[in-house]
Write a protein that binds this ligand. Structure first.
Ligand code: CO
Length: 248
């Protein structure tokens, strides 16, 4: 069952999404060589709390951070720590906020200083893949149409599509039906209807699509240690399009 949000729920999700977008913007000036990911986590925590929201990820399945901070070959779910960012790193920051019981979720990959041409390429095309997926969204779109568009774009650009992790419906739970894979066949899967809210989140790799889980039981890294990028927005389905709720 994919739930259709009421207008009250949509209003709350717009606020939750706006808080997530603002938290991203607030963090940007701090993403510099020398800062630790734990410091970024604290800054995000305090900002989210100041907006009368709570970090959606903290305590989710026992997750210890407020945000996820995934550096270079780390795909997702990097745990904030005493590791310092350094010039040339890329960092994917994933943020969720819960406002009056409703969630917003958005990830973005940032450069730390100047990064390699390869990383620039990866980031540019992963962000574009997100928008290619988003542009499919309207009433009547099938979930497979979104995945297919993202997968084709990634393949054209020789990027590896992570398949084990997927986007998702979102609302009073961080993860709801349906799953939103970054691959698929056109004309297959659940049909979107006005009032549904989903998170689309391509995770693309410079090398192999294969990943594995580190011993901390959270951090997912690429199997070949090449960099990975992650861009995610929470979007409301409209009759003839979509509205990004996590605008930045
Ligand atoms: Co998500």
């Amino acid at each position: 069952m994919i739930n259709i949000k009421t207008s009250r729920e949509i209003e709350l999700m717009k606020i939750a999404g706006a808080i997530v977008g603002e938290t991203h913007k607030y963090l940007i000036p701090y993403i510099r060589p020398g800062i630790t990911t734990k410091e970024l986590d604290n800054i995000a925590y305090n900002f989210i709390i100041s907006k009368h929201a709570t970090p959606s990820f903290k305590g989710y399945d026992g997750y210890p951070g407020s945000i996820c901070t995934s550096i270079n070959e780390e795909v997702v779910h990097g745990i904030p720590s005493n590791r310092k960012l350094k010039e040339g790193d890329i960092i994917s920051i994933d943020i969720g906020a819960c406002y009056k019981g409703y969630h917003g979720d958005s990830a973005w990959t940032y450069k730390v200083g100047k990064v390699s041409k390869d990383c620039e390429y990866l980031m540019e095309h992963t962000e574009k893949a997100l928008f290619i997926g988003l542009n499919q969204v309207k009433e009547g779109t099938r979930i497979g149409d979104i995945g297919n568009a993202i997968e084709n774009y990634a393949k054209e650009h020789k990027l590896g599509v992570v398949k084990e992790l997927v986007g998702h419906g979102i609302g009073s739970n961080l993860h709801e039906m349906p799953d939103v894979p970054n691959y698929g066949k056109r004309g297959t899967g659940p049909i979107l209807k006005e009032g549904m809210v989903i998170a689309i989140e391509p995770m693309l790799n410079l090398g192999t699509a294969n990943i594995y889980l580190l011993d901390d039981d959270w951090t997912i890294i690429t199997a070949d240690n090449k960099p990975s990028a992650h861009f995610e927005h929470t979007v409301l389905v409209l009759k003839d399009g979509f509205e990004i709720l996590t605008k930045r």
